[in-house]
Design a protein around this ligand. Structure first.
Ligand SMILES: *[C@@H]1O[C@H](CO)[C@@H](O)[C@H](O)[C@H]1NC(C)=O
Ligand SMILES: *[C@@H]1O[C@H](CO)[C@@H](O)[C@H](O)[C@H]1NC(C)=O
Length: 330
């Protein structure tokens, strides 16, 4: 009682060791700053996506656009009398084992071709895609051929063909109910996803579009085995989260249009699951993507992205704190 015991040596940490540890941690953070910054951009998406959203969500008031499409002819394939900024080209991508089940989807694809009778139509296969990447994006060829998941090759190819040719890139399971004409007046359009970002299963863009160029350029930077898990790896390196993040960090997003429904039915154009929108019947199967994709989809459904995001937010916060501390010292 009342006897003061000195803490044993083992429990005392020498200030030198502390400083050493701190130095090591800071050095590691410094060396990993590129990774941490990229992780921060991905983690920040939910916070910054909606900044200036009123400028880039297509609206009846600002754009005079009928978001329900009820006022447009089903057969309208041009924006005339407004200029067409998106060229009349359709792209479908059928790579890897997906090609084996392709015949199942050829009727679905045909519905889009039929709606756009005079348009050019590409069906990108293993051979033609390989040749395109080798010829036009040689600096990305090695990465593209060695992506771990087949769906990464599909996603990256979406951006490359859109950059080179412009036009409309479509998932194989989207059945077209009408022409894309009314949307061709915009230089970029993609359907809103919820709660943040957009879906890359349907995108329209002008040829050589600057933003699409950024999507191609940044592929290498974001090509990491994110958290060692398939779902984050695909979403963050090539998928919807990647494309939405690059969108969110563009200086002026006014022309990079996102298509959502009118107030009261904001999800009208969302392509989540098997749905019918004014433009599409989404038959909602990823089976053609191959076994890997199916696994990724099921992983996504069971875990969502909240757990990996939490981890990244933690890392990004640490990065922020270090940066702020460093700034104060300077
Ligand atoms: C559709 O057209 C009608 C008649 O021209 C017009 O009154 C209405 O505002 C239009 N609807 C939308 C949503 O643009
Ligand atoms: C963004 O671009 C639009 C259209 O190109 C332009 O009208 C607007 O002034 C730009 N906004 C800023 C903040 O630069």
């Amino acid at each position: 009682m009342g006897v003061r015991t000195r803490p044993s040596r083992a429990h005392r940490t020498h200030p030198g060791i502390l400083a050493c540890g701190l130095f090591l941690v800071l050095s590691a953070l410094y060396l990993a700053r590129g990774l941490l910054y990229d992780a921060y951009t991905l983690a920040a998406l939910p916070l910054i996506w909606s900044r200036h959203a009123d400028r880039f969500y297509i609206s009846a008031e600002r754009d005079g656009f009928d978001l329900t499409f009820a006022n447009y002819s089903v057969h309208q394939t041009s924006a005339a009398p407004l200029p067409d900024r998106v060229p009349p080209v359709l792209h479908h991508i059928s790579l890897g084992s997906g090609a084996a089940t392709h015949s199942k989807w050829s009727e679905v694809r045909q519905s889009c071709l039929d709606m756009h009778p005079d348009w050019d139509a590409f069906l990108w296969t293993d051979e033609t895609a390989d040749a395109l990447v080798a010829a036009d994006f040689p600096e990305l060829y090695e990465m593209w051929t060695t992506y771990r998941y087949p769906i990464q090759r599909i996603d990256a190819l979406r951006y490359m063909v859109l950059y080179k040719y412009g036009g409309v890139v479509l998932d194989m399971d989207l059945q077209c109910k009408r022409g894309f004409g009314p949307l061709r007046r915009f230089e970029f359009v993609a359907p809103a996803a919820h709660p943040t970002g957009f879906s890359i299963g349907f995108m329209m863009a002008s040829k050589g579009n600057e933003y699409i160029g950024k999507l191609v350029q940044n592929l290498r930077r974001y090509n990491r085995n994110w958290l060692g898990l398939p779902y984050p790896t695909v979403m963050f390196s090539t998928g919807c989260h990647y494309a939405s993040t690059i969108h969110a960090f563009q200086r002026n997003r006014t022309e990079l249009k996102i298509l959502a429904g009118p107030p009261g039915n904001r999800r009208m154009h969302s392509l989540n699951g098997p749905v019918s929108t004014p433009i599409f019947n989404h038959l909602g199967s990823s089976s053609w993507h191959s076994y890997d994709a199916a696994m990724i989809v099921s992983l996504g459904k069971s875990h969502g992205w909240k757990a990996p995001l939490g981890l990244i937010v933690g890392v990004a916060l640490a990065f922020y704190i270090v940066r702020r501390t460093k700034k104060r010292r300077i």
